[in-house]
Design a protein around this ligand. Sequence first.
Ligand SMILES: Nc1ncnc2c1ncn2[C@@H]1O[C@H](COP(=O)(O)OP(=O)(O)OP(=O)(O)O)[C@@H](O)[C@H]1O
Length: 272
Amino acid sequence: MEALLDKNTYTIPHLEGKPDMLVCQNLKKVYPTGKGDYVVLDDLHLAVRQGEFVSIIGHSGCGKSTLLTMIAGLNEISGGKVYVDQQEITGAGPDRAVVFQSPSLLPWLTAIQNVMIGVKQVFPHASSAEKTDICKYYLDKVGLGNDFHKKASSLSQGMQQRVGIARAFALKPKILLLDEPFGMLDSLTRGELQDVLLEIWQKEKITALAITHDVDESIFLADRVIMMTSGPYAKIGDELAIPFDRPRNRKDVLEHPDYYDYRGYLINFLNH
Ligand SMILES: Nc1ncnc2c1ncn2[C@@H]1O[C@H](COP(=O)(O)OP(=O)(O)OP(=O)(O)O)[C@@H](O)[C@H]1O
């Protein structure tokens, strides 16, 4: 365990000299309930550097989605502050794109029309050809180059989530927020989409924060895994830097001599 903690001092080459893109300060969330106030998160501090990929793990109900939706500006902040690129957030904005477990596409629209909705809002002054190019570029990147004009309702769940990922990247956000993005997919599709996500993330050098229940996924994706304590009054309990080389491929990660130490460390946290 000590050796692993030492590894937290490893420098991650692509983060050297990068400023913080996301800062959560003394964050608190209280849900009023019939039985009184329920304090989900309390005094939570988190800083994520520009271009960093952070995974968040923690027990079911500890407040991971609450944290993510507060950062997204979709859930009221009860106390503390969230800063994105040094600006305090006051609500949702195009600087933060969210990918939820279910992409909630408009089923009667095509793949490209679904991506276009957000692109039109974020780039109102771009020409129609430019907007179409942005949509096509990201749909192509997620492997839907031949499916631009298919209705969302005719796409498989995995393909719909590919559209969800394309839609988020197409907004060119500063931060990508992912809430169990692959939770509903079979393991093969899940693996494929993890690869797609990392490939685009690597190219765009975007800051990303992903909630996952899957310890292997948390390691494969992230530069750092954040472990949340169980609620109420949840906060960051521990963190682990994952200094595996980038770009990553699954085989190299799984065969890394330290892989099972990292995995064991995270599972040990969850078991206590
Ligand atoms: N609107 C709400 N009103 C009252 N309580 C809520 C509300 N939303 C969430 N909660 C409670 O807050 C706690 C944290 O919920 P949250 O969904 O953030 O946890 P989570 O860690 O994302 O869970 P999971 O891993 O199961 O998705 C839970 O106990 C949940 O029941």
